[in-house]
Design a protein around this ligand. Structure first.
Ligand code: BTN
Length: 242
């Protein structure tokens, strides 16, 4: 699919912009909205995404899929696997904290916010990713959980535009794969990089919490938690904590 880029020096949120303007995007293309800063960056569970100017990547990929597309629930896991594989190509050692946080050395490097809007036979997808690229230690300390950046991990400054190109290329390729085969082609990479695998975690979907071993990933990207009562719980969406 063709990629069309829209860039802002400053915007509230690239995901919000995409949702508000999707009507003007061609349904046959992937629209990629980027910004140098976000003044109202959003994370999962109504959290804020700290988005200072000129140091990181704030990107939303917007595209249309059929509403019955295979494994639609695992789009954000696919994006996590795609970005993790870009990092592997850079010689880094990422882990994926289910469903879609990318971590380096036990700290959060990147988060993904996948939003959808259903219309009759199709769904508009807003797949947003924030990557801490050249964020320094003072800014990282402002984040409410252990966080890191590529610069903090590697001791060098990264070319944000070059990294963006690599992510765009990978996503375009992987989206085609996802459309024809769903999550299956991404499953083994995701499970190999699964953070906390084999460790006791608690996982909450906002209503219920499961405690058990972080066991495995289903073929459509859900998390299997193995409880001490020897039962397996499959969690569709939620958040892990240790
Ligand atoms: C999370 O880990 O909670 C998800 C964070 C997602 C942040 C990205 S930055 C680009 C896009 N625009 C937003 O407002 N959020 C996503």
């Amino acid at each position: 699919m063709k990629l069309v880029e829209i860039h802002f020096e400053s915007i509230g949120s690239t995901n919000t912009y995409a949702k508000e303007h999707v009507g003007s995007f061609s349904p046959d293309q992937v629209t990629c909205i980027t910004a140098d800063e976000q003044t109202a960056g959003r994370g999962r569970f109504q959290r804020k995404w700290y988005s200072p100017k000129g140091v990181n990547l704030y990107v939303t990929f917007c595209f249309r899929l059929p509403k019955n597309a295979l494994h639609l629930i695992s789009l954000s896991q696919m994006m996590a696997a795609s970005f993790a594989s870009v990092l592997l190509d850079e010689g880094l050692h990422p882990k994926i904290k289910w469903p879609n946080d990318i971590r380096l050395n036990g700290k959060k490097l990147s988060g993904i916010l996948c939003e959808t809007s259903f219309h009759g036979e199709w769904v508009d997808v807003f797949l947003g990713i924030g990557v801490n690229v050249n964020m320094g230690t003072a800014d990282l300390a402002r984040i409410d959980q252990p966080a890191t950046s590529l610069q903090a991990e590697t001791g060098r400054s990264w070319d944000r535009a070059a990294l963006l190109k690599k992510i765009q290329k990978k996503i375009l390729h992987d989206l085609d794969l996802f459309k024809s085969k769903g999550f299956e082609p991404f499953h083994s990479l995701f499970e190999n990089l699964l953070a906390f695998k084999g460790e006791i975690v608690s996982c909450s979907d906002g209503k219920r919490t499961w405690v058990g071993t972080c066991h495995s990933i289903t073929n459509d990207g859900q998390l299997n938690i193995y409880s001490s009562d020897k039962s397996m719980h499959t969690v569709l969406s939620g958040e892990i904590s240790k």
